[in-house]
Design a protein. Structure first.
Length: 238
């Protein structure tokens, strides 16, 4: 008998019970983790692979931005950044913090760490805004997959790291840190290969040369083209 639907139902029930009664929080958390694991295993069994292509539908399908003046692109990109930040950096972490407190899972962090988390959030938001402006002004596009830059962007923060908008985490809750780490893992293993394959298809050797010169995650001094030619290709995925 297939028990995966029951695992999901029990996880939902445990979550509701823990939220209403403020008890059994660890049991609810473990059941949520078990349901997520069994769902992932079921997909792998049924499909035989990670179905990353499922992401490339609707507004998430890769398409170049239509011709548009720079002011309109900047406005559109700014709105996208604000909406993304409000959902993924504010709303979802806030829900996680509320559940963490309600389920009795909260661990008190030192004040210095909470202040550091707030500063990191502000820095991440500023970096996202800078990146989005570079996409609009230099790339004639936006961060949204359905309105991607028409030109390869290698200026601004993209001189130092290939994915500046994916860097940053909000601290102050250990479950929020787990959420950020899981999101980073999914993005790096599922979304990034799709995005870079699209960039290679559209920009060819220019993107390959850029990928070999600039690191994926750890910012560093920009390499000149002659220096980058001697770099090991694996170093670009640091």
């Amino acid at each position: 008998m297939d028990r995966r639907p029951w695992t999901l139902l029990v996880a939902i029930g445990m979550g509701l019970y823990a939220t209403v009664t403020a008890t059994a929080g660890w049991g609810a958390l473990l059941m949520v983790a078990a349901a997520a694991g069994s769902t992932g295993a079921a997909i792998l069994v049924l499909v035989g692979r990670v179905p990353s292509n499922w992401l490339l539908i609707g507004p998430f399908r890769f398409r170049s931005a239509p011709p548009m003046n720079t002011r309109a692109l900047v406005s559109k990109a700014t709105l996208q950044t604000v909406v993304f930040s409000a959902i993924f950096l504010l709303a979802l972490p806030a829900v996680i913090v509320v559940l963490e407190l309600r389920w009795g899972l909260h661990v008190a962090f030192p004040p210095a760490l909470r202040i550091g988390g707030a500063a990191l959030f502000a820095a991440a938001l500023a970096l996202s805004t800078w990146s989005s402006a570079a996409m609009s002004v230099q790339g004639a596009g936006t961060p949204l997959p359905s309105s991607m830059p028409r030109r390869l962007v290698i200026s601004g923060p993209y001189r130092f790291v290939r994915n500046p908008m994916a860097i940053g985490v909000m601290a102050g809750s250990w479950l929020v840190v787990v959420y950020a780490l899981c999101g980073s893992l999914v993005w790096n293993t599922v979304v990034r290969p799709l995005e870079e394959a699209d960039l290679e298809e559209r920009f060819g050797s220019a993107f390959l040369a850029y990928r070999d010169r600039v690191a994926c995650w750890l910012p560093r001094r920009p390499l000149a083209a002659s220096e980058g030619a001697h770099e090991e290709s694996v170093s670009s995925d640091v």
